[in-house]
Design a protein around this ligand. Structure first.
Ligand code: S3P
Length: 181
């Protein structure tokens, strides 16, 4: 198994900021699938790609970037929140590295996800209900796809990085149940 780490999770969970810090700590290269898509599209923003080409074409672009990363070494990859939707992508992510699901409570996610306009899926009349529906439909997919989970609720980014490193160093502890015990 290589030492790559793949971060998955809903919009606003902090994949990019935490991933960047994690990469630094591990002396890995940090990559962000959204940034790779933007670079390949000559700087066109995610919102413009959605508006000009539609979500399906964006998902094609996302899969193409992941296919290109199966041989990558020493990377931390932050993925877009919807990268886990395609079965092909889930298989690719497992080939790329160990998959960490970063989660946080819905209020934190919504507050963070609403901060910028990089999120065309939430640029709708009633973003909160769209957010709720998307989150509910995706949680089981994040959970099933991840090798490990880390709850970043209320944690400063550096502490979340510590927690990821701690859990990974244990060789991947079993998934924490999301049900109250
Ligand atoms: C998306 C999440 C975004 C970006 C695009 C679609 C999604 O990335 O890929 O707007 O489907 O959840 P972030 O999770 O980095 O916001």
């Amino acid at each position: 198994m290589n030492s790559n780490i793949v971060l998955i999770g809903f919009m606003g969970c902090g994949k990019s900021s935490i991933g960047r810090r994690l990469a630094k700590r591990l002396s890995h290269e940090f990559l962000d699938s959204d940034d790779l898509i933007i670079a390949r599209a000559q700087g066109t923003s995610i919102s413009d790609l959605f508006a000009n080409e539609g979500e399906e074409r964006f998902r094609e672009r996302e899969s193409a970037e992941l296919r290109d990363l199966v041989e990558a070494q020493n990377i931390v990859l932050a993925t877009g929140g919807g990268a886990i939707l395609r079965e092909e992508n889930r298989a690719l992510l497992h080939r790329i590295g160990r998959i960490v699901w970063l989660h946080a409570d819905p209020e934190t996610l919504f507050e963070r996800a609403s901060r910028n306009r990089k999120r065309p899926l939430l640029d709708v009349e009633n973003p909160r209900s769209t957010f709720n529906a998307l989150l509910e439909s995706r949680i089981p997919i994040y959970e099933a796809t991840a090798d490990i989970q880390v709850d970043a609720t209320g944690l400063p980014h550096e502490q979340t990085v510590d927690e990821i490193i701690r859990v990974l160093a244990l060789g991947g502890i079993p998934k924490v149940s999301t049900e109250a015990s």
